[in-house]
Design a protein around this ligand. Structure first.
Ligand code: FAD
Length: 469
């Protein structure tokens, strides 16, 4: 396979109009969009992984909200499908790890996957020239520090491989400690069966990345099922893995010291404490400017600080947009959008980066932001409930006293929360089959003045759906 990879690559000229590093959702979307926009261009994905991730079964939910599945495809299969695409250029794929790049000479270095010494003694590293480069290198799970010394006892989840590894380990576990309070931990504690689960969260309530305390309270009963997880203990930070466990007589392979004083014996610790963007250094250790999280800082044209180098997906950081030297109207345009490392945003930023790269190839300025950047949207499922998050759903960036929250809750059925400022809806959380997403998306996008409804906006008797459609 590696020989075939090498032979295939050496048969072509190592110069591409567009090179994308990373074959996740961001990289694949970027490459496919470029192939559609610039059918005559040579587009290459350099992927360290033997599979790429593709978006399938795209289902629009509202104008801006869409659901889709993510499918992993072997590189060869993806390449074959690319050749069959009609009406656009095809994307080439190289199974290799990019080890650095030179922004002056516009060349990147990549080391071929699984190289074997060839008869000609060729180097396993190749150099590839690019016109425009997009870094879509994703992010890696942030593991609790002790994971490095005890990889068998502390695991992080990253992809299907690590999930498979986790499932194997779980089959012999009696008790598992899940650490973290984001989407991955929230999904995991609900899905784990036939094992005693202890969920250690630092914040006062569960699922704090997505939910306020009220929504968390609504969801909590879902964990109270046979074999359900024990939440231990909201509001308590944890310290893990004391090194000296010799005094302990219990037969657990690992003990976790929780900050509530408990010493908990478990078979396995799952660390789901967020991700760190993967930075790719340029030659000489000079890379694009990174933001505080270590992501490649991009402007509103998805451009990094280095000429002809763009970034998208988990690897990029859009946090600086609010201080981009932008006009106030541009800032207003994206006021209700913020970055979160999600599949939907990998797709969104990958696609937009492609449009910016295409403009750069033509010597044009970046296009204006898509309408998708006007509103944060996310649809998912937690604890078997449909969850829709729109705009500033948790009053992100709003000072307390600047907004009010309207609530409608039917335990076990639905939870509806709207964040209102000056009578205008800024965001909402919809849990359950509320059927309100389309109407609320419009209300938020149009910033209609709803003051006349006051606190009755969510009363079942008020048919806002009819009124505004
Ligand atoms: P990735 O998908 O991480 O792809 C990056 C690719 O770059 C990788 O294939 C990597 O091999 C490659 N790469 C890195 N460095 C190099 C290099 N030097 N050379 C060549 N290739 C390189 N989001 C949701 O919206 N819903 C969910 O339910 C959800 N569940 C998740 C569950 C887990 C366990 C995790 C970890 C994340 C989840 N996310 C979810 C987040 C989502 O997966 C990411 O936001 C999204 O996949 C990011 O896509 P990406 O293309 O930017 O990066």
């Amino acid at each position: 396979d590696s020989e075939a990879n090498r032979a295939r690559f050496q048969a072509v000229e190592h110069q591409y109009d567009f090179v994308i590093v990373g074959g996740g959702i961001a990289g694949v979307t970027c490459a496919e969009t470029l192939a559609a926009l610039e059918p005559d261009a040579r587009v290459l994905i350099v992927s360290a992984s033997p599979v790429v991730k593709a978006v399938t079964n795209l289902r629009p939910v509202t104008k801006l909200l869409e659901e889709f599945d993510v499918e992993e495809r072997p590189l060869a299969e993806f390449q074959r499908q690319q050749r069959q695409r009609s009406g656009c250029g095809s994307v080439s794929v190289l199974h290799a790890s990019c080890t650095g790049f030179n922004a002056e000479t516009r060349q990147l270095r990549a080391s071929l996957a699984n190289p074997e010494p060839s008869a000609a003694g060729e180097a396993a590293e190749v150099r590839i020239g690019y016109g425009e480069l997009c870094l879509c290198t994703g992010a890696s799970p942030k593991l609790i520090p002790q994971a490095r010394q005890h990889p068998d006892l502390v695991v992080g989840i990253r992809d299907t491989e690590t999930v498979a590894d986790l499932s194997k380990k779980l089959s012999t576990c009696r008790r598992v400690l899940v650490v973290g309070n984001g989407g991955i931990a929230t999904e995991l504690v609900y899905e784990l069966r036939n094992v005693d689960v202890v969920w250690a969260v630092r914040q006062d309530s569960i699922g704090a990345v997505f939910f306020d305390a009220g929504a968390a309270q609504f969801l909590l009963p879902s964990l109270a099922r046979p074999g359900g997880a024990r939440v231990d203990k909201p509001g308590e930070a944890v310290e893990l893995l004391p090194t000296d466990t010799t005094a302990l007589t219990d037969s657990w392979p690992v003990f976790a010291a929780l900050s509530n004083g408990e010493l908990l014996g478990v078979d396995l610790i799952v660390s789901a404490t967020g991700v760190t963007p993967t930075a790719l250094l340029a030659d000489g250790g000079v890379g694009p400017a990174l933001d505080a999280e270590g992501a490649v800082a991009v402007d509103r044209g998805m451009r990094s600080s280095l000429a002809h180098v763009f970034a998208a997906g988990d690897a990029c950081g859009c946090a600086g947009w609010s201080s981009d030297g932008e006009t106030s109207s541009a800032a207003e345009e994206t006021r209700l959008w913020f970055q979160m490392r999600l599949w939907s945003q990998a797709r969104q930023t990958g696609s937009f980066a492609a449009r910016c790269m295409s403009a750069a190839r033509r010597g044009e300025s970046p296009p204006p932001l898509d309408i998708g950047f006007e509103l944060f949207t996310h649809v998912t499922r937690f604890f078997s409930y449909k969850i829709v998050l729109l705009g500033l759903y948790n009053a992100q960036g709003l000072a307390s006293g600047e907004y009010e929250a309207l609530l409608r809750v039917t335990p076990g059925v639905e939870y509806v929360k709207c964040v209102m400022r000056n009578g205008r809806m800024q965001g909402c959380v919809l849990i359950g089959e509320t059927d309100l997403e389309e109407t609320f998306e419009n209300l938020i996008l149009n910033q209609l003045d709803l003051s006349q409804f006051g606190e009755h906006l969510l009363d079942p008797g008020v048919d806002i759906d009819d009124y505004f459609d």
